[in-house]
Design a protein around this ligand. Structure first.
Ligand code: GDP
Length: 622
């Protein structure tokens, strides 16, 4: 449903006009609530001549206007700008126009009201209004003279609204459920009821929801919209939500109903505009209050560009820090008021609700912000993905502020375990990894490969995505993952320098000379690193961390043990010890290793042959 908001100086006839158009008194809330009849939504609705149903938001009072206009966050499609023909343009007319501009409302109809009492003043008022609208988004808005009292001009006004709204592009799914709460109260027998504008997504009776920022859980018991109970409601729409499982005293104006995870930001990057009619330039220092959705919080400004102050009407990229954490998304509109003078001094839109912690050397970040500020939906999701290369779907939706359908349209390289890989990212990451591995092999010729944890750091992507990526790269043999190390498939293992080779040969000779009872590695001048390299090269077999056999000796020992058991049916530890001519110190770990590798099999105090032992026995027999 299309939503129209009213704007205009107090007492210029907004509520009266809405009632004349719709037959609904937007002010009836208090009385009806007392009578417990229906939940008023500060909202009136009717059908335009073309059959298009529209809602009109009209909450009286100047202070409430700003909050009211923001309440829908993007849900207002057009404005009904009211100016009394007998009074003409007034200060609040100007402030409302400025706020509409900040909110990006660039479409609407001007109603010149009270023509029944304005007489000749109406012509002057019309000129005056035209003059003030010049150069603004409403410059070409149609202007209709009406009287709510006599009904003159009401049909033309509806026609004009119809025209303005028909020209809007089709509504499409804009994102995940978000509803800024504007009121909460208790209805006897029903419990907590909140009202607000559902600006995106769809809520259904029975849904589990979360109320931010406290992250309290509740369930939707019933929904009411336009005076009717409904099972499900789709954005944009004014809504009353009856919640169970939560105490209404824990819900406040400005809280937000969501159904999915959200980023709560107390710092975001934005395009900030200084108000056009400011008397002083906008400074970073100052006591400011930020309004977004129905939330309101103290905030601080930091201009990102090289400016100390903003001239009226100019703009800059800025970081806005807030006292309250807010579930904002890109393109959310906000308004900033000066707390001391209590006037609207700035406004703008959110660009990035997750700016880097440190902004030193922020030039590239500025470029980022400029590049993305005009992007929406799928295109923005693609841009973010291209920047970060890999991201899980949930986070991408949070950052782009879009729903699954829009994110789902993003062009990808691949998707694994819910992770989206940007176009070309897999190749790029794989190259990043293989380059690093090549350098690593070069720098550490004795190592079997790069430790897995280091390889993951090299990729610089989310730890869970790394797992998915590795599985993918390993599958097509881009790299070899071997236990805790990663290497290039061509990396055949350690390459020894001449000095290392000489040391290794010397040590192997000494070990071989000692047959089944070799000295400890330290005593033959083998470092652990060199010994492990020889193990990987298949030249050494470890028994314990300090004892190892040259592999030919080990193979000989295996043969002797298998031969003995084949001849005798089984063997005890001391028989083995004697057969291979060593001591208990070697025989015990040796048999454990033979058991572990399936050469022997332990049965109480004796051993017979394991599966590999039987294979060996068969080979020996042949
Ligand atoms: P709002 O503050 O802009 O919502 O203004 P209201 O709708 O409350 O109207 C303010 C006053 O102007 C009320 O006393 C209305 O009765 C009166 N009024 C509103 N529209 C008209 C109109 O078209 N003609 C006349 N004569 N009075 C009007």
């Amino acid at each position: 449903m299309r939503v129209v908001g009213t704007a205009g100086h107090v007492d210029h006839g907004k509520s009266t006009l809405v009632q004349a158009l719709t037959g609904i008194d937007p002010d009836r809330f208090d009385e009806e609530k007392r009578r417990g009849l229906t939940i008023d939504l500060g909202f009136a609705w009717y059908t335009l001549p073309s059959g298009l149903p529209i809602g009109i938001v009209d909450v009286p009072g100047h202070e409430r206007f700003i909050r009211n206009m923001l309440a829908g966050v993007g849900a207002i499609d057009a404005v009904l700008f009211v100016v009394a023909a007998d009074e003409g343009w007034m200060p609040q007319s100007a402030e409302h126009l400025q706020i509409l501009d900040f909110l990006g409302v660039d479409r609407g109809v001007v109603a010149l009201t009270k023509t029944d009492i304005a007489g000749e003043l109406a012509d002057a008022a019309e000129d005056d209004v035209r003059e003030h609208l010049r150069g603004t988004a409403l410059e070409d808005a149609p202007m209709v003279r009406v009287s709510a009292k006599t009904g003159d001009g009401l049909d033309e006004l509806s026609e004009a609204l119809d025209e303005a709204l028909r020209a809007l592009p089709d509504e499409e799914e804009t994102g995940r459920v978000r509803l800024f709460i504007d009121r909460s109260f208790t209805i006897t027998g029903a419990g907590a009821v909140v009202t607000g504008t559902l600006s995106a997504g769809r809520i259904t009776v029975g849904d589990e929801v979360t109320i931010l920022p406290d992250k309290r859980r509740a369930r939707v018991r019933s929904l009411q919209t336009h005076g009717e109970q409904v099972q499900t409601a789709e954005a944009p729409r004014r809504l009353a939500v009856n919640l169970v499982g939560i105490d209404r005293r824990l819900i406040h104006r400005g809280d937000v109903i969501v159904c999915d995870p959200w980023i709560l930001a107390d710092r975001f990057a934005a395009r900030l505009f200084a108000a056009r009619e400011l008397r002083h330039p906008l400074k970073q220092k100052g006591a400011y209050e930020l309004f977004v959705g129905t939330a309101q919080t103290r905030c601080r400004l930091r201009f990102l560009e090289e400016v100390d102050e903003l001239a009226p009407g100019s703009s800059a990229l800025a970081i806005i820090s807030t006292d309250l954490a807010l579930p904002v998304i890109p393109h959310d509109r906000f308004v900033i008021r000066d707390v001391g003078r209590w006037e609207t001094v700035a406004g703008g839109y959110v660009i990035d609700q997750d700016p880097p912690k440190r902004l030193s050397g922020a030039d590239s970040y500025l470029d980022d912000l400029r590049a993305r500020e005009g992007l929406h939906g799928t295109v923005l999701a693609e841009w973010i993905l291209q920047r970060d290369l890999v991201m899980d779907q949930e986070r991408l939706m949070m950052l782009a502020g879009t729903g699954p359908r829009q994110v789902g349209k993003a062009r990808l390289d691949m998707m694994v375990d819910g992770f989206y890989f940007a176009r070309g990212s897999r190749e790029m990451l794989e190259r990043r990894l293989t380059d690093a591995l090549a350098a690593y092999h070069e720098a550490h010729p004795l190592a079997a490969g790069m430790p897995l944890s280091e390889a993951k750091d090299v990729l610089g992507i989310d730890a869970c995505a790394v797992e998915a990526l590795f599985a993918e790269i390993e599958e097509h043999r881009g790299v070899d993952v071997d236990g805790n190390v990663v290497r290039l498939p061509g990396h055949s293992g350690p390459e020894l320098t001449v000095a290392e080779r000489n040391a290794a040969n010397r040590a192997l000779r000494m070990l071989r000379d000692a047959d089944a009872s070799p000295p400890e590695l330290d005593n033959v001048g083998l470092s652990q690193q060199l010994a492990r390299a020889l193990e990987r090269a298949g030249e050494l077999v470890f028994l314990t961390p300090s004892i190892a056999y040259p592999s030919d000796i080990w193979s000989d020992i295996e043969h002797r043990v298998v031969g003995f058991i084949t001849d005798n049916g089984s063997a005890t530890v001391s028989q083995i010890r004697d057969t291979i001519g060593t001591t208990r110190k070697y025989a015990v770990p040796l048999l454990e290793k033979l058991d572990a590798t399936g050469v022997t099999r332990r049965k109480g105090d004796v051993r017979d042959l394991g599966p590999r032992g039987r294979d060996l026995a068969a080979k020996i027999a042949n």
